[in-house]
Design a protein around this ligand. Structure first.
Ligand code: ADP
Ligand code: ASP
Ligand code: MG
Length: 813
């Protein structure tokens, strides 16, 4: 014999009921079947809603009643059209229901006892409709009301079963019965006094387990709307997958900690008899599902699942008067027990100075009052403080029988939560070590489940959620590169890089699942207006794991927000130089925040675009090398200008050409004045550990006073024409000395300078072409032959690839 239970969704529509009948017919070929059914999906909630409305004298209850009625009649119409006998009986049941609701309306009261009577209609109706449909189809099936079998105490809404009487009723009935299929309503029962009781929300699973145990059947099947018990709630974590095998203890822990797919008490009756529970999907009967049993299934997974409970309140009792005094916790927990409040979670600091426990939020006020009254005396003597209550919390729990024999699991859990800026309010680990629980803010649950799931179950891939601001030339290239490399990175580096947000100064778009990169430009067209603050708010609101903010602007206000991102543990990648070349205090603050909040802050592209200059310097310093000096050509624009300027081409035209070809900033003075180069050498000096300011950098400009004092770009160009002779003189001197003009940045002994130099033949700078950059690091390990980094130091493609490299570096951390 087998017991099968079908949940709310499984019997939620005529189409699904037909699937159930199919499954029953197939299974009945090999053994007699006991079939327990839930109410049609959502009906229990609707019945309670109608009851509440009626109690509040709100006539809307009639509308809810009508909805409940029409859901049932629609199902009957599709399953057994024109079946008069079914329709008449169901109509009679609805008359009873209406009368009951009317009674609640009239007396303004909905007691637990009446509530049980009310919700029992759900299962009584569904089981009746299914059994009668099968009968009409000529299938050998009978309906048996489980209220005649399952006897409980009068603890309404969650009654306790009297197993002695119940087991006898069940065996007596089934020993006599000889039909192949018996249909029973789940959830409902009767007290010894004959009153309707129920077994608690989700209790149809329990009904099935009680019958399975009483009859010692070979298997209990729980048919639901998912393909088993998943590694975590599949509604919250897309990557969750069904667990093939679980022990009874693991299943119990998972369900106690919120895996709704199995009602927690279900395991108890079948555990001692070692009856396996098979969780199956009605909508996908061919899927393997989950088997819960004693069998060791050879699975070597240490952590089997992650579950969570919402609506948790944390209560803390604290005070010096508690230390070393026996009986304190006894009184505390007795108080809670007397209030019939269930404790989900307890921790006590070993100093005994405080006890902290978690309960359902709805019981918080009741518990608070009761505890404060129990300890009234101690509170008035200031031996302890009044109890503190915090709401809006959730618990997440890692579950697995084998966790006890593995070190480092809690370390992994808490480091994952920490990296994602999820604040842990309290921790508990049972001595059995089958469960490690952490109390966190309810708003962090989705992020916590996703990141912890990724860490424990998706060892293979790590998702990076990228938010780009500044979609110009470089931004577009970066998007292209990420799109092109997506499958490579996933396959080879196990990184799943998703662009979740994009903004320019006008518009912004977001998609938490990742923006479709095949047509992002079109989406951008219809996007919302953007703002720096609005973009930040959205990143924080989405609260995704491994979030990375990428700044591809040259905007001062954008750089001001890095601080906020880092404080939320969002990594920052910037090609914007402003933050790192502003005041030292600002630069240092960002470095400190990055460390404190475990959020990388990378800006390789600040110097030499995609060239690995900062990274090389960081590695030298980190590995204990000492920098003696740095010599570098760091400006693609100045290089271009001095490579093209000669006695045959005037300086004004050369600069114009550089600007035209995109080698200079829109205001060429920023390049020609040497400011940009000064900022770069400043960053390198700081990376070398020297707290310098931009004013400390000696900048010997080759420009004339008139050039430097020009009021506008046009003005500036005018002065270049006027001062042509000055520039020709610079050229002539270099030529006479057989040198090339290069704009050089130097750092030595804590001092830095930038300026135009005549570089002799044979010097590594002499032949530098086009927009190339070069940096020579003279260090203790490279005293004579410097470590040289050289290559294209400007351009959208290489800058984008530098940003991309920073993103990947964060992924590999
Ligand atoms: P039924 O009506 O069949 O009893 P339930 O709604 O009670 O179904 O339980 C199934 C639901 O449990 C799933 O649809 C899923 O949303 C939720 N759930 C939560 N955690 C888990 C988990 N770890 N594995 C599977 N389902 C889960
Ligand atoms: N119908 C009841 C509920 O919704 C019992 C169940 O479905 O298991 O809680
Ligand atoms: Mg259920």
């Amino acid at each position: 014999m087998k017991v099968l239970k079908f949940g709310g969704t499984s019997v939620g529509s005529a189409q699904n009921i037909k699937r159930v009948i199919d499954i029953l017919q197939k299974e009945a070929l090999t053994s007699p079947i006991v079939c327990v059914v839930s109410a049609i999906g959502g009906i229990t909630d609707k019945l309670l809603q109608a009851g509440e409305l009626a109690k509040q004298k709100n006539e809307e209850y009639l509308t809810v009643f009508d909805t409940i009625k029409s859901i049932h009649f629609k199902a009957i119409e599709e399953l057994a059209p024109n079946a008069e006998s079914i329709l008449t009986d169901v109509e009679a049941k609805f008359n009873d229901l209406k009368q009951l609701l009317n009674g609640i309306y009239l007396i303004n009261e909905l007691s637990p006892k009446t509530s049980d009577k009310l919700v029992s209609f759900g299962e009584l109706l569904s089981s009746f409709i299914i059994a009668k449909t099968m009968e009409k189809m000529g299938i050998n099936a009978v309906l048996k009301n489980s209220q005649e079998l399952i006897i409980t105490n009068s603890n309404f809404t969650k009654a306790e079963v009297n197993y002695e009487v119940t087991n006898k009723n069940i065996t007596d009935y089934f020993n006599k019965a000889n039909q192949q299929i018996t249909i029973l309503p789940g959830f409902v029962s009767k007290s010894q006094l004959g009153e309707t009781t129920t077994l608690g929300r989700g209790g149809s699973d329990f009904t099935a387990a009680i019958i399975a145990a009483a009859l010692t059947v070979e298997q209990l099947e729980i048919w639901t709307d998912v393909s088993g018990m998943y590694t975590t709630n599949p509604k919250l974590v897309k990557q969750a997958y069904p667990i093939a095998n679980l022990s009874y203890q693991e299943a119990m822990e998972l369900s106690h900690f919120g895996a709704k797919v199995l009602y927690p008490p279900t395991v108890q009756p079948v555990l001692d008899l070692a009856i396996p529970i098979h969780i199956k999907n009605t909508l996908q009967p061919e899927a393997t599902g989950t088997i819960i049993s004693n069998q060791n299934n050879g699975s070597n997974l240490t952590v089997k699942g992650i579950s969570h409970i919402d609506n948790v309140a944390l209560l803390t009792l604290e005070g010096s008067g508690m230390v070393g005094i026996p009986g304190f916790s006894k009184r505390l927990f007795e108080t809670i027990a007397n209030e019939k409040i269930n404790i989900i979670f307890i921790t006590q600091a070993s100093s005994e100075h405080s006890i902290c426990f978690g309960i359902d939020e709805s019981n918080a006020e009741q518990a608070e009052q009761a505890i404060n009254s129990t300890f009234e005396n101690e509170i008035s003597l200031h031996k302890i403080n009044p109890i503190t209550v915090e709401k809006g919390l959730s618990i997440i729990a890692l579950i697995g029988d084998n966790m006890k024999s593995h070190q480092g699991i809690s370390g992994k859990l808490f480091s994952t939560l920490g990296k994602n800026n999820i604040n842990v309010r309290a921790i508990a680990q049972g001595a059995s070590e089958k469960n490690i629980s952490a109390v966190i803010n309810a708003s962090d649950v989705k992020k916590a489940l996703n990141s912890v799931h990724e860490r424990f179950f998706e060892v293979n891939t790590k998702q990076l959620n990228v938010f780009i601001t500044g979609i110009g030339n470089v931004g577009e290239k970066l998007i292209d590169q990420i799109q092109q490399q997506h499958s490579f990175l996933k396959k080879n580096l196990k990184l799943d890089v998703k662009i979740v947000g994009m903004a320019n100064s006008r518009k912004m778009i977001f998609n938490p699942k990742g923006i479709d990169l095949n047509n992002w430009a079109a989406q951008f067209h219809h996007a919302d207006p953007s703002s720096i603050e609005g973009f930040y708010q959205k990143v924080i609101e989405l609260n995704l794991r491994n979030s990375i903010f990428v700044d591809i602007t040259a905007n001062h206000d954008v750089s001001k927000v890095y601080e906020n991102y880092l404080k939320q543990s969002v990594a920052v990648v910037a090609c914007n130089k402003i933050a790192c070349s502003g005041s030292y205090a600002e630069y240092k603050n960002l470095q400190d925040l990055s460390l404190k909040y475990n959020a990388p802050f990378l800006y390789e592209t600040n110097v030499g675009a995609g060239l690995p200059i900062i990274n090389t310097l960081n590695n030298l310093v980190a590995s204990g090398d000492k920098v003696i000096s740095i010599q570098a050509v760091l400006s693609g624009s100045l290089n271009f200008v001095f490579n093209n300027f000669s006695d045959k081409k005037n300086f004004h035209d050369t600069v114009k050409q550089a600007q035209f070809e995109g080698y200079t900033e829109p205001d060429p003075r920023i390049d020609l004045s040497g400011i940009d180069v000064a900022r770069k050498i400043l960053i390198l000096a700081r990376e070398n550990g020297v707290p310098m300011e931009i004013e400390d950098i000696v900048n010997e400009s080759f420009l004339t006073k008139a050039n430097l004092e020009s009021d506008s770009v046009d003005d500036f160009y005018e002065t270049l024409i006027a001062d042509e002779a000055h520039f020709q003189k610079l050229y002539a001197s270099a030529k006479a000395n057989n040198c090339q003009l290069k704009y050089v940045a130097e750092y030595k002994n804590g001092k830095a300078k930038v300026g135009l130099q005549e570089v002799p033949e044979g010097h590594p700078f002499y032949n530098l072409k086009g927009k190339d950059n070069i940096v020579m690091f003279y260090t203790q390990r490279y005293p004579e032959q410097p470590l040289i980094v050289k290559g294209a130091g400007a351009g959208a493609d290489v800058t984008a690839s530098g940003l991309f490299a920073d993103i990947i570096r964060i992924g590999n951390k």
